[in-house]
Design a protein around this ligand. Structure first.
Ligand SMILES: Nc1ncnc2c1ncn2[C@@H]1O[C@H](COP(=O)(O)OP(=O)(O)OP(=O)(O)O)[C@@H](O)[C@H]1O
Ligand SMILES: [Mg+2]
Length: 138
């Protein structure tokens, strides 16, 4: 099924305030795709956790927010890209409960559960790219 990008926004994450801006833009995109309240909240929560991870763990990065359409539905994709320290053990962080920042370690595993597609690519010393996509079934 081919997908079309209807809108795309690229946003820098360089300060704590930028997390709020990414969160707001992700929410707008989800609302624009006519997600119900649960769907909007899922996209918003996942995007803001991943934006926070860029800020906390990599200090800076870029978020790209896309409104998508395929043959039967709308969707939102958010891609986070940073040149930070990378993640050594992806399976471990996705299992949840593991944090190098003395936090809960629930951001990544929680985000993954909220979306339909979750892609993570990371190289230690080079950086991390995470892409999430959620489709609106209605
Ligand atoms: N963009 C990133 N760059 C480098 N490491 C990351 C990145 N995102 C996550 N990590 C690593 O994965 C771990 C788990 O991330 P996760 O978001 O689940 O937990 P956390 O950020 O430590 O705590 P919180 O529960 O507050 O989100 C982090 O502690 C960190 O080691
Ligand atoms: Mg986190």
């Amino acid at each position: 099924m081919s997908e079309t990008v209807l809108e795309r926004y690229e946003m820098k994450i360089e300060s704590e305030d930028d997390i709020i801006l990414v969160r707001r833009k992700a929410r707008d995109a989800a609302q624009g795709c006519k997600f119900d309240a649960f769907g909007v909240s899922a996209v918003t929560t996942a995007a803001s956790e991943l934006a926070r991870n860029v800020w906390v763990h990599a200090k800076r990065g870029v978020a790209t927010i896309e409104k998508l359409q395929d043959n039967v539905r709308f969707g939102v994709r958010v891609v986070f890209k940073d040149d930070g320290p990378g993640i050594a053990d992806i399976d471990r962080v996705l299992a949840g409960g593991y944090s190098t920042a003395k936090s809960m370690g629930l951001g990544l595993s929680g985000s993954k559960r909220l979306v339909d597609q979750f892609m993570i690519e990371s190289t230690v010393g080079r950086g991390t790219t995470i892409a999430i996509t959620k489709w609106n079934p209605y």
